[in-house]
Write a protein that binds this ligand. Structure first.
Ligand code: GLY
Length: 423
């Protein structure tokens, strides 16, 4: 047996901690690095002090250190072309090129792709002109979602129950530039009814394999109230997702998207994550991401049996067709509760000491999202601070374990939802 692969994970959140945790379990993994990583990853990976957005520096470092595989977690470096930079230096990388990642960094582009590929989407329009956007709102029934076209750190979506809220959201994005250049173009969609599912697939450019389905809880407060966040908790599998809907998602959404990307010369290699509503009239795609979801990764990866590093290597080489069509999954369930700082999602309180028991157990995992080292201990270092994932034979058991884990941790101003996994 050889010395093992030298692997670099790019990113610093809960998703990247979950990726490191899973990659470390692979017998193929030799040295594991994380750039810039976080204190939770330090026992698993050597921390490399380069921010994820500094794609040229990361590519130089990976080239110099003869990294065998780079795995890119977040959307920003993908949109900045980190995969292209690494490939230009001959470094093997798992993730979509900048051109393929446009499926996430431009919502209007993704919407046109869906329409061309006959992937079902909500009624919607995209606008670079404010007056036209306001007129569109006036022409639609109430219940609209206003989205910044570009990447806005998970904050660019406003759910508007009334026309007045939709007009205000347009003004905020286009006139007030609340999301900077990302809001110069906006997409306005009908609000969908039904239930939301986070769909994930691993793709090799021409084919794909489905990963476990998950449910995200994006609103800040219990009962799906309050502002939208990057995600306050997840569970997997989603209760009540019928096998017929799973087939529809795969055949009407994932397969045509992968085919369409290959057809237009932007083969998608990496994790594809469409957000889907299962509505009374079938599934509809309301967003597409070019990466794993966060906190979705914190329930998907613990449910995936088998060697993720091997699977990503196979996908990088375009050989997924050789892998069994159905990936091995654990029979049980997972539930992740996010612990967020006071002020999140508008702001984040950093430097607040974190106390309690963060010891992982076979059925309780702690993924760091925004922590920093503080003396011998830990302090908050971002909006979402920790993801506490419980595993169990069913969702109720997983949820109980996650909330028991939450009860053992604390920091001043800690916010979390008490109803994760109850949808
Ligand atoms: N949890 C939502 C996202 O990762 O975009």
């Amino acid at each position: 047996m050889g010395v093992g692969l030298r692997v670099l994970v790019v990113g610093s959140g809960g998703r990247e901690h979950a990726l490191c945790w899973k990659i470390r379990q692979s017998p193929r993994c030799g040295a594991l690095y994380a750039a810039p990583g976080n204190p939770g990853m330090a026992p698993l990976a050597e921390i490399v002090d380069i921010p994820a957005r500094e794609v040229g520096r990361i590519a130089d470092w990976a080239d110099e250190r003869r990294i065998d595989l780079v795995v890119v977690g977040p959307d920003d470096p993908l949109a900045l072309g980190i995969v292209d930079e690494l490939e230009a230096r001959g470094v093997r990388v798992f993730g979509p090129t900048r051109a393929a990642a446009q499926i996430e960094w431009s919502k209007s582009w993704a919407r046109r792709l869906c329409i061309e590929a006959d992937v079902p989407v909500p009624d919607s329009g995209s606008f670079d002109d404010q007056s036209a956007a306001h007129r569109y709102v006036d022409s639609r029934p109430p219940g609209l979602v206003v989205k910044a076209d570009g990447l806005a750190a998970g904050k660019g979506t406003t759910v508007c129950r009334t026309q007045m809220e939709a007009h205000a959201a347009i003004d905020r994005a286009m006139r007030g530039r609340a999301f900077g250049a990302a809001g110069a173009v906006i997409v306005i969609e009908e609000m969908l009814s039904g239930f939301e599912v986070s769909v994930s697939a691993i793709c090799d450019g021409s084919t794909y394999r489905m990963l476990p389905y998950a449910c995200d809880h994006k609103a800040l407060c219990d009962g799906d109230r309050g502002p939208n966040t990057g995600g306050m908790g997840t569970h997997s599998p989603p209760a009540g997702l019928a096998p017929a809907s799973e087939r529809e998602i795969e055949l009407r959404v994932v397969a045509p998207l992968v085919r369409a990307m290959a057809r237009i010369g932007r083969p998608f290699r990496g994790f594809l994550y469409p957000g889907v509503f299962v509505t009374p009239s079938g599934v509809k795609v309301f967003e597409i991401n070019a990466r794993l979801g966060d906190p979705e990764a914190q329930v998907i990866l613990p449910r995936l049996d088998g060697d993720l590093l091997e699977l990503m290597g196979v996908a990088t080489d375009g050989n997924l067709a050789r892998v069994s069509p159905v990936l091995p999954l654990s029979d049980g369930a997972a539930c992740c509760v996010v612990l967020a700082s006071a002020g999140y999602p508008e702001s984040a309180q950093s430097g607040i000491p974190i106390s309690g028991d963060l010891t992982d157990r076979p059925s309780l995992l702690h993924f760091h999202a925004g922590t920093r080292a503080a003396g011998d201990g830990l302090a908050t270092g971002g909006g979402r601070v920790l993801g506490v994932t419980g595993l169990g034979t069913d969702l109720a058991a997983a949820r109980d374990r996650a909330y028991a884990g939450v009860a053992a941790v604390g920091f001043a101003g800690m916010q979390f939802r008490r109803d994760i996994g109850q949808r």
